[in-house]
Ligand binder design. Structure first.
Ligand SMILES: [Zn+2]
Length: 282
């Protein structure tokens, strides 16, 4: 139990704090005392610095931590840095669990989230552990950690990830310098579908196999005919959230002949939207 403080004690505590020491240092300097007493004392004197952690946040941290929440997650929930949280718990006389022990307690959650396809980082963020801690646990549990290629394949199954990449890399036709995978991408699959080739054929027939810019006809050696999208194909896919051939087939906007035009290779290469590089010139 803390002893009864005299006004003189209180003044010393406040002076020491105002001199620039942290609450922790004040507690250590005036042993036996505790964090709450010092905090209240300084606060009553109107000397509390704005970045000090108030009682509510400390209590929240302690409660969460004692109920088994990992340190990192409890600290985040209480809006306290991990280092400060560590000190607060120590000052409150709470034993800090080893990191290994903490993650072992959440073993099932870690394994379950990882098996659902979340990345090491996402699992770590959700549960409040580092990427390495998650990785080590999975290894201890004998779970095969996915390699980069497997992760990429898995990521394709997640709409938000695909949308991000579709927008970032455009058509994913393999020409992008950023694209290093050898996977069959959704765009490629759609371009390889029967519906796509029908649409393409439809445009060629309508244009009588003639370049709509320069009038070149088909079968000119070295200058084949292409079918160009007036509104870029990749933008259409992104606009309609299309990631599979099935979704594509059900989207009439993709198969509108009016959005296609026949161009010879030379004319096509000179368009700004060729190969998905809308707005970029090389
Ligand atoms: Zn042409």
């Amino acid at each position: 139990m803390p002893r009864k403080y005299t006004d003189e004690d209180r003044r010393k505590i406040v002076d020491y704090y105002v001199a620039g020491h942290s609450l922790r240092e004040v507690v250590e300097r005036f042993t036996p005392t505790n964090y709450t007493t010092v905090f209240e004392c300084v606060k009553a004197a109107g000397a509390l610095r704005s970045n000090e952690i108030d009682k509510d946040r400390r209590e929240k941290l302690i409660e969460l931590y004692q109920s088994g929440t990992p340190l990192r997650r409890a600290a985040k929930a209480a809006n306290i840095s991990e280092g400060a949280a560590n000190r607060i718990l120590k000052l409150a006389g709470i034993d800090i669990r080893s990191k290994k022990g903490a993650i072992n307690e959440c073993k099932q959650d870690v394994v379950s989230l990882y098996s659902q396809g979340f990345t090491l980082e996402e699992v770590g963020n959700k549960l409040g552990f580092s990427v390495n801690a998650v990785y080590q646990l999975l290894k201890r549990e004998g779970i095969q950690v996915r390699n980069l290629k497997q992760s990429q394949v898995l990521n394709w199954l997640r709409p938000e990830y695909r949308t991000k990449l579709l927008i970032k890399f455009g058509s994913f036709d393999g020409n992008s310098p950023s694209w290093k995978g050898g996977m069959e991408t959704p765009t490629r699959q759609i371009r390889g579908s029967k519906t796509y080739s029908d649409w393409r054929r439809g445009v060629l027939v309508r244009d009588r196999f003639t370049c709509q810019e320069c009038g070149t006809k088909k079968n000119v050696k070295g200058n084949p005919l292409h079918v160009d999208h007036i509104y870029p194909f990749r933008k259409l896919l992104a606009d309609h959230n299309i990631f599979t051939v099935e979704q594509a087939e059900e989207c009439p906007e993709l198969w509108n002949l009016d959005n296609g035009r026949t161009l010879c290779k030379k004319c096509h290469l000179s368009t700004e939207t060729w190969g998905g590089r809308a707005g970029k010139r090389r």
